[in-house]
Design a protein around this ligand. Structure first.
Ligand SMILES: NC(=O)c1ccc[n+]([C@@H]2O[C@H](COP(=O)([O-])OP(=O)(O)OC[C@H]3O[C@@H](n4cnc5c(N)ncnc54)[C@H](OP(=O)(O)O)[C@@H]3O)[C@@H](O)[C@H]2O)c1
Length: 215
């Protein structure tokens, strides 16, 4: 299978790249290449910084006939104790707008049966909002909304859109805190991609607890 990944330089995305590359052709869109990523058997494309829109000019390098695309790149300012507009904007750009704009821009590279996965967070649930983290919560809620709209647009072409929470995972983002390792999270994500099809398109799913999450 042909797999496309964003945010594969470290954390959950790096583990997705490692596991997928064992028996698939993996294409990584990134802005930098870590030692770990460079050791994997993947094809890497630089010039994909999601904090501005310049990456949209570089999409012709992305191969067509993609089977699975995981839009995993993300960031959070978890020490924000006030509502800073530019911090908020950057999180919207990286976590939400860039990921869905990329998928939308390259839709001709997908085919009937392709599965698109957006790595969101339970913190993007408006129903379950328990406060704090303005930018991260709002940007993941925006991601969910944009991905849901995309799921409606792509349904008639047989393209499935899934919105996944990866669990509470021990990565740089959580400063090593979490219930599970990136390796386990990547396994859960890969298993759950196989579990769903076009009839589930638009679902918001908890890959650790195996349940739907309210939007
Ligand atoms: N860890 C958790 O518990 C948890 C929980 C819920 C949701 N998530 C979501 O899961 C995804 C992966 O998180 P993680 O924990 O693996 O985080 P991480 O270790 O901080 O990795 C983040 C990844 O996103 C990339 N990235 C960040 N900003 C970027 C930008 N402007 N342009 C291009 N790439 C950028 C990073 O690349 P660089 O190395 O180049 O910075 C890195 O590969 C994120 O969407 C996150 O919100 C994580």
């Amino acid at each position: 299978m042909k797999v496309l990944l964003t945010g594969c330089n470290r954390g959950i995305g790096l583990e997705l790249a490692r596991q997928f590359s064992q028996d698939n052709e993996v294409h990584c869109l990134t802005r930098s290449v870590s030692d770990e990523l460079s050791k994997l058997k993947t094809k890497t494309y630089l010039d994909f910084d999601f904090s501005n829109d310049e990456f949209l000019e570089n999409t012709e390098v992305i191969p067509s006939e993609i089977d699975i695309a995981v839009f995993n790149a993300g960031m959070g300012f978890f020490d924000e104790d006030y509502l800073d507009i530019f911090t908020l904007l950057e999180q919207f750009m990286v976590n939400a707008i860039s990921q869905v704009a990329l998928a939308h821009r390259i839709q001709t590279k997908f085919k009937s049966g392709t599965k698109l996965v957006f790595i969101s967070s339970v913190m993007g649930s408006t129903k379950d909002n328990s406060g704090q983290y303005y930018g991260y919560r709002a940007s993941k809620a925006a991601l969910n909304n944009l991905a849901k709209t995309l799921s409606q647009e792509l349904k008639e072409y047989g393209i499935t859109v899934l919105i996944f929470h990866p669990g509470y995972v021990q990565t740089e983002m959580t400063e090593g805190n979490g219930n599970i390792t990136p390796d386990q999270s990547a396994k859960n994500i890969i298993d759950d991609i196989a579990r769903f099809d076009i009839n589930d398109s638009g679902i918001f799913w908890h890959t650790e607890d195996k349940c739907e999450i309210p939007f």
